[in-house]
Design a binder for this molecule. Structure first.
Ligand code: SF4
Length: 304
């Protein structure tokens, strides 16, 4: 794993120190809310100075290249910088389910997941705890961690923070949620999502390239993009697929997801208070294929 080279050279320590500078008046995510987290304040996302998670364990429901035989070693971090009214995971993202772990305990969790046979460490919504995660990673490296690191995020990421992760993250697993700023504002409380996420995905691809699998079909490096199809075409699927084909890579790996369902606060918005139809899903897949016939599409649609 490339993070092992950085660990041996001392660069991993330097990166952690660099990231620590962003947590004092917090500027780890594009909100740059300035929370004094090291003094006990919580940021706009809800995160404080201590890492809080809602759980961890081998996960067999992720994309097949991330699961292998032993499962994806998933760690669910509490809180999120987005405010999606339809959040499919709101108990974790809103911090209703959480318990504190020290960086030492986080390192032990990584090692436990490796010992249980997981094929990677899958950090779910890590952005607001990225400093502590790299500290934990450094400790885990010293104790024998050697499986790929997956950065599983919303796509709402800052470029300078991502650049600090170059050579540390093996697999980026971002969402690309919306093509339209007004729609992003309405359903996730963030107006600049399309611009920020598009730039972030370009940087991620610059660092790791297209997804690469080993001979067992398990991902070892690269970019795997997730796109949740929304009712009424609100995600702007065709526009986003064109963007990926044109500005990321025509051979990108993309998971076109059908599992939208109205939960959390979605009942307040009649237009998204339903699941997507078979026709809407087929249109989304057709848009992806039309944007680039060479895309590697993961189309796991048990409902259809
Ligand atoms: S990560 Fe959280 S605390 Fe830091 S800038 Fe973003 S919203 Fe604020």
């Amino acid at each position: 794993m490339s993070y092992l080279n950085l660990y041996r050279s001392g660069e991993l320590r330097r990166r952690a120190d660099e990231l620590r500078k962003h947590i004092d008046r917090c500027s780890l995510c594009p909100w740059e809310c300035g929370a004094l987290r090291l003094e006990g304040e919580r940021g706009k996302c809800g995160a404080g100075d201590r890492v809080e998670i809602s759980g961890y364990g081998p996960h067999f429901g992720e994309e097949p290249p991330l699961v292998g035989r032993g499962g994806s070693g998933t760690i669910f971090f509490s809180f999120c910088s987005l405010r999606c009214v339809f959040c499919q995971n709101y108990e974790t993202s809103r911090g209703r389910e959480r318990y504190e772990v020290s960086t030492g305990e986080l390192a032990e969790i990584m090692l436990e997941l490796q010992k249980r046979g997981c094929v990677n460490i899958n950090l779910v919504t890590p952005s607001h705890f990225v400093y502590q995660i790299i500290e934990a990673l450094e400790a885990a490296c010293g104790l024998g961690l050697q499986i790929p690191l997956v950065y599983n995020c919303s796509g709402y990421e800052k470029l300078d923070i991502l650049r600090n992760l170059h050579g540390i993250v093996d697999i980026y697993l971002p969402d690309i949620k919306y093509a339209d700023a007004e729609i992003a504002k309405k359903y996730s409380g963030i107006e600049d999502y399309p611009r920020v996420a598009k730039a972030a995905l370009k940087e991620m691809h610059r660092q790791v390239g297209d997804l690469v699998l080993d001979r067992n079909g398990v991902a070892v490096r690269g970019l795997l993009i997730r796109h949740l199809v929304m009712p009424g075409g609100l995600a702007g699927t065709a526009n986003l697929m064109e963007f990926i084909a044109r500005e990321i890579s025509p051979t990108s790996w993309i998971n076109i997801m059908d599992q939208y369902y109205p939960t959390y606060l979605a009942y307040r918005y009649p237009e998204i208070s339903r699941r997507i139809s078979r026709e809407e899903f087929k249109e989304a897949v057709a848009a992806a294929k039309s944007a680039s016939p060479q895309f590697h599409l993961i189309i796991d649609c048990p409902r259809f």
